[in-house]
Design a protein around this ligand. Structure first.
Ligand code: DX5
Ligand code: ZN
Length: 214
């Protein structure tokens, strides 16, 4: 299981230490939630922050773009040092072109769907991408409750991937804890994002280890 701790739940005044805490605990990815106040009702991190994070960690920087017009900003995040760029199907971009563009820059590319969006809307892209991100909360905020109905889509993606893209990373984001992580794994997920479960835990190391060994 790949664990990608979401720094949205970290202390932004102590970001370097908070990133070190999770990488020391065994996490090899860092999930960076980029929100623009339009695609979602919250504003968070931009490319300059990603650029500074790049200088202090070797972890894979997993950038989750919850923004309108991702095609306009993707170069900024690539140049800042992102390793994986995920954009939303609902951002109404020409997905095929954006996927090919990100791949042409030798970066990994992910496509994400919100809890109420059908897998059918991204099925044609599953063979092309490195990762599919299934949201199990409405994107916008950390600390929300896991939506079981949305998690059922993991199984649908996993079944398609078995035939069409066996190396696909199936990532799940929103409300992950030791119980919901198990549900996601059973449905076929191999990558979990976790914000509050890790950063609001008294023992961060144990939280990361628990998810790694789920
Ligand atoms: C929500 C973000 C998530 C969020 C996860 O819009 O995409 O990455 O930070 O936080 P938790 O794990 O607390 O639900
Ligand atoms: Zn996220």
């Amino acid at each position: 299981m790949i664990i990608s701790p979401s720094i949205l739940s970290a202390n932004f005044a102590n970001l370097e230490q908070d990133i070190k805490k999770v990488t020391d605990a065994g996490a090899t990815w860092i999930h960076i939630d980029v929100m623009d106040g339009h695609f979602v009702p919250n504003i968070t991190i931009g490319a300059p922050v990603v650029k500074d994070i790049r200088k202090i960690t070797n972890a894979k920087l997993d950038v989750h773009l919850m923004i309108e017009n991702p095609e306009k900003y993707v170069d900024d995040f690539i140049n800042a040092g992102a390793d994986i760029i995920t954009f939303h199907q609902e951002a109404k971009v020409v997905s095929r072109s954006l996927i090919n563009y990100i791949k042409s820059k030798n970066k990994m590319v992910g496509i994400s769907i919100k809890p109420t969006t059908f897998v059918g809307s991204i099925a044609e892209f599953i063979p092309m991408v490195d990762m599919v991100l299934i949201m199990t909360v409405e994107p916008g905020f950390s600390g929300q409750e896991f939506m079981f109905d949305a998690a059922e889509k993991i199984k649908i993606v996993s079944d398609i991937a078995k035939k069409q893209n066996p190396n696909l990373i199936i990532q799940v984001d929103g409300g992950i804890n030791e119980k919901t992580a198990k549900i996601c794994k059973d449905f076929g997920a191999n990558c979990l994002v976790a914000g509050n479960y890790i950063y609001k835990n008294e023992n961060i190391k144990e939280a990361v280890q628990t998810l790694l060994n789920i």
